[in-house]
Design a protein around this ligand. Structure first.
Ligand SMILES: C[C@](O)(CO)[C@H](O)COP(=O)(O)OP(=O)(O)OC[C@H]1O[C@@H](n2ccc(N)nc2=O)[C@H](O)[C@@H]1O
Ligand SMILES: Nc1ncnc2c1ncn2[C@@H]1O[C@H](COP(=O)(O)OP(=O)(O)OP(=O)(O)O)[C@@H](O)[C@H]1O
Length: 327
């Protein structure tokens, strides 16, 4: 049974958390007829979390289906029914055949529009919380199927850990052997990049004379999958790849300075996270990550610098809304 939490309106509430993702490998294929690109990606969940509370609203005077967003960048997140968490709640509520009024509270811990799936994590946490709150008892597979309807990254935010993603990113196969802890620095940029715009920019670059030949392709995933079986961060760092990086750099050339700052600070590898503009610096251990974070921060190229690590668990309910997520 969900743990009941009393709110001022006398509602029952469930809180779930979901992690940010990074793409250790992001190979982008051709544009498909449905407007998506075929992907070959290795996802990893990292220790930055979205927190979503879904509450049954009993009081007459409470706002209908309220969405409240707090935390860094909250002002850039919609609070109407286009919010991905609201879409997740609406999907499960109609499936449950109830017209129960549900309020949604989101605490952002993942950079907004940063290429780390913040909105997708909101959707994942909202699905897990609403499933529990309404007593639907959907298993992980059923939740991931609903998740795929909401966005390509949402199933992985439910799954967590490290996984191979294919299709448009929604078809997952776990990489259970990839357990070694990885330390990295996350450098946030001023402003965001729109995911569809970055994919379109890659198509444009590939369409230029010589584009398809000159852009480095991410290639096969086997060297990374093999490296992840060991515990040598330098070996893993040597085989990371992101096909979207040239497109993100083309749209936001200032990111080159950020990547240079990380390289000069001694990171094993630096790259744009997914569709960007967040940059990731992979480090040998936590000590190096602390040093790289300090140096990148000092150069002033990033709006904010955070330390993180992975892999961590996927979306899950927490009993106490203040509780630290499971790792
Ligand atoms: C860049 C990544 O974050 C890498 O994991 C994902 O591919 C993006 O996943 P997402 O944000 O969940 O994206 P979705 O909400 O599914 O799609 C948003 C838009 O991104 C583009 N898109 C997304 C996924 C994909 N495989 N091909 C695409 O071309 C499409 O224009 C799509 O309309
Ligand atoms: N909970 C949310 N629901 C709907 N839209 C959101 C939500 N959070 C953020 N957004 C909006 O969606 C856009 C993308 O935000 P998000 O933080 O998911 O980007 P992202 O991390 O780059 O996504 P991805 O890495 O999955 O491509 C932003 O314009 C933001 O306003």
């Amino acid at each position: 049974m969900p743990r009941d939490v009393s709110t001022p309106a006398g509602a029952r509430a469930v809180t779930a958390v979901a992690p940010a993702k990074i793409n250790l490998h992001l190979g982008v294929g051709d544009l498909r007829a449905d407007g998506f690109h075929d992907l070959l990606t290795v996802y990893r969940a990292v220790d930055l979390w979205e927190r979503v509370t879904v509450a049954l609203v009993d009081g007459d005077d409470a706002d209908d289906d309220e969405v409240v967003v707090t935390g860094p960048g909250a002002d850039q997140v919609p609070t109407d029914r286009t919010n991905l968490a609201a879409r997740a709640v609406d999907l499960l509520r109609s499936e449950a055949g109830t017209d129960a009024r549900l309020s949604i509270r989101i605490v952002k811990g993942v950079p907004v529009a940063g290429g780390m799936a913040g909105g997708s994590a909101d959707a994942a946490a909202a699905l897990v919380a609403t499933d529990r709150l309404l007593g639907l008892g959907l298993g992980r597979a059923a939740l991931e199927e609903r998740a795929a309807r909401l966005g390509s990254d949402v199933p992985f935010c439910i799954r967590g850990g490290t996984a191979l993603g294919t299709g448009r990113g929604e078809t997952l196969a776990p990489l259970l052997h990839a357990r070694a802890e990885q330390h990295l620095v996350v450098a946030l940029a001023d402003g965001g990049l729109s995911t569809p715009v970055v994919f379109a920019e890659l198509d444009r670059l590939r369409g230029e004379p010589g584009g398809a030949r000159e852009l480095p392709g991410a290639g096969g995933v086997e060297p990374l999958v093999e490296a992840l079986a060991g515990d040598d961060p330098a070996r893993v760092a040597g085989v990371l790849a992101n096909d979207l990086e040239p497109a993100a750099l083309s749209l936001m050339p200032a990111l080159r300075r950020t990547l240079r700052a990380g390289a000069e600070a001694g990171a094993l590898h630096g790259m744009v996270s997914g569709s960007g503009p967040t940059c990731l610096f992979f480090c040998a251990d936590r000590e190096q990550a602390i040093a790289v974070a300090a140096e990148v921060s000092e150069t002033g190229v990033a709006r904010e610098v955070r330390l993180t690590r992975g892999p961590v668990a996927g979306a899950h309910v927490i009993d106490n809304p203040q509780q630290t997520p499971e790792q």
